[in-house]
Design a protein around this ligand. Structure first.
Ligand code: ADP
Ligand code: MG
Length: 581
């Protein structure tokens, strides 16, 4: 009997909705984004019981017609994009058309709206699994969305919510995050007896409104413009600094992002004027062409993938060195030497893995789990490990002629060698990937301290990090909890420069994958750190790679693809219609 079942639509919908809306603050994020996208200038938020009982967001934006109101809570209903390419140019915060539908799937929702320039308002009410009702409703131009009873009918989800006070803090943090990057808009906040109004002003005004401790110190604002980037930096005078990174923030296209390459650059430039262990108070707001910033990687748009990342960093570097150089004196070296020096300091591997050169960051995993050669290939090619003599390693080192002989580079990732009369074709990336993977998973990894410790963004329940601490430490990650924050102070030296990226990617994975950090991170790290398809190896490196690949207990990459194949002498002769000598 079959055990696989297609999930009923209602179940799959609820799972999908739970990925977008997992707690009150994510509903608030979506409602704020909608209010901003709808050209709201005065946006009010009110929450009760940390948003679990109720969240309402009111705006004076465009409002909706009755027809649009009806469509708005349907899945994939959006007025912001139409064709797939529109994602490249979209300037709104939302575009997936799934937020209101998701909220309606997990909570009761009420939307009151009146389209600008019309004299009649409408109200929609809906509860999970019920048909929405719409009726005429007297209201001002704009929209008010109210969400009540989040996860009321889904105890499985509700148990993951924190206490109302903690959820309220997360909501407040979300409110501040959006208010920070929209200084021209008015934002109002109400939670219990807590009231706050943020009036429109300069970027600096907004930063100071959001973080009132800054009102007691000199704060500067400067802007910078290049072909690629428009940036505004708000920072506190270097006489003020912090022991943590709470007030070091980067926003790209009005979303706060954990873009560590830019964060480290800011730390580095300020670090020249600050005492050791001090972190600057600086907020950088970067605007780039939306085509260069892909936010479509994560449902919560928490992450950005930058194209032209190097140019963006160069522009930020120019801005920082000019500004800080003028104000505090001293000149700074051009970016190329500066940045590579910094990476060398923070990330140079203590123990290099065996093959050089390494090539650059970033090939992505081509997930093809369980790849097996086709039946018809099996006779022709051998993909299993050849029998190796006991003294294989000594003979390789002595350059024994009966040992593998490197022939040269083939097309793409392939290199060719001969061993005991057979011709071998080896996939250099897959081979190196497997070698690194085995090393990472088999023995305790050495650590490389970070010059600049890295703060992990862990908003939700962090118990899985606590549980995974030992496994992460085995790989070489040193992670400590300091108050509410998780700080990375050291990373595996085997692939130091890729380690933070692999760790943050893993943190963004949905929960089930987080239970096996060793496999998941080892696979991602080894793929990122392995030599790339196009890298050209010198003879020594190629030979070393070949010997190590031959000694692999399982000559397949972590995704199951073969590391090498061989054609026996007999096979070659037969292929050419010759008689084997
Ligand atoms: P998205 O924002 O990705 O388009 P949503 O589910 O958040 O998807 O919203 C669906 C649609 O409902 C939006 O595209 C917009 O047309 C409309 N909408 C939502 N909120 C508002 C609002 N506050 N004011 C006006 N229109 C809104
Ligand atoms: Mg939206």
């Amino acid at each position: 009997m079959s055990t696989i079942r297609i999930l009923p639509l209602e179940t799959s919908r609820r799972i999908a909705a739970g990925e977008v809306i997992d707690r009150p603050s994510s509903a608030l994020r979506e409602l704020l984004d909608n209010a901003i996208d709808a050209d709201g200038h005065d946006i009010s938020v009110a929450i009760a019981q940390g948003g679990i009982q109720e969240i309402s967001v009111t705006d004076d934006g465009t409002g909706m017609s009755r027809e649009d109101l009806e469509l708005s809570i349907q899945e994939h209903a959006t007025s912001k994009i139409y064709s797939p390419d529109d994602i490249l140019t979209v300037r709104t915060l939302g575009f997936r058309g799934e937020a209101l539908a998701s909220i309606a799937a997990v909570a009761r929702i009420e939307i009151a709206t009146r389209q600008r320039g019309t004299d009649r308002g409408w109200q929609l009410s809906c509860a999970p699994l019920q048909t929405p009702s719409i009726s005429s409703f007297p209201c001002r131009e704009g929209t008010r969305v109210t969400m009540r009873g989040l996860f009321e009918s889904y105890p499985a989800r509700k148990q993951f919510l924190k206490r109302p006070q903690s959820e309220a803090l997360l909501c407040r943090a979300m409110f501040v995050e959006r208010a920070m990057s929209h200084s021209a808009l008015t934002f109002r906040w109400k939670s219990g007896s807590e009231l706050d109004v943020l009036l429109p002003g300069t970027q600096k005004d907004r930063v100071v409104q959001c973080y009132s401790e800054l009102s007691r110190m000199p704060v500067m604002e400067t802007t910078f413009e290049s072909d690629l980037v428009r940036a505004t930096l708000v920072y506190a005078d270097i006489t003020a600094y912090r022991r943590d990174r709470r007030l070091l923030q980067v926003f790209i296209n009005r979303r706060r992002v954990p873009e560590w390459s830019i964060l480290s650059l800011i730390e580095y430039e300020f670090g020249k004027f600050l005492p050791g262990g001090a972190h600057p108070i600086a907020f950088l707001f970067i605007e780039i062409d939306p085509a260069l910033a892909d936010f479509n990687i994560h449902p919560a748009k928490k992450e950005v993938r930058l194209k032209s990342a190097a140019e963006i960093r160069a522009a930020v570097h120019e801005m920082l060195s000019k500004e800080l150089g003028t104000r505090y004196g001293g000149s700074t070296a051009p970016l190329a030497t500066q940045f590579s020096k910094m990476e060398e300091f923070s990330f140079s591997a203590a123990e290099r893995s065996p093959i050089e050169p390494y090539g650059e960051l970033g090939s992505t995993v081509n997930a093809n789990p369980g790849f097996q050669p086709r039946e018809s290939d099996r006779g022709a090619f051998q993909v299993s490990r050849p029998a190796l003599p006991d003294d294989f390693w000594q003979r390789v080192q002595r350059g024994d002629a009966s040992m593998p002989r490197y022939i040269g580079k083939g097309p793409g990732p392939f290199i060719l060698f001969e061993l005991e009369g057979a011709l071998y074709i080896l996939d250099q990336h897959a081979a190196h990937e497997r070698i690194l993977y085995d090393r990472i998973t088999s023995k305790e990894g050495e650590s490389q301290s970070l010059l600049v410790p890295y703060v992990l963004e862990v908003h939700e329940d962090d118990s899985f990090l606590e549980q995974s601490k030992d496994k992460l430490a085995f790989m070489g990650y040193h992670i400590e909890k300091e108050g509410e924050a998780w700080i990375v102070t050291a990373v595996p030296s085997i692939a130091a420069s890729q380690s933070l990226e692999a760790l943050t990617e893993w943190l963004l994975e949905p929960l089930p994958a987080q239970t096996t950090p060793l496999d998941a991170i080892a696979a991602s790290l080894s793929c990122k750190a392995a030599i790339k398809d196009g890298d050209i190896l010198d003879q020594y490196s190629a030979e070393k790679l070949i010997s190590q690949a031959l000694a692999l207990p399982e000559p397949r990459c972590p995704h199951g693809r073969p590391v090498f194949i061989s054609l026996s002498k007999e096979k070659l002769y037969t292929m050419f219609g010759r008689i084997v000598e």
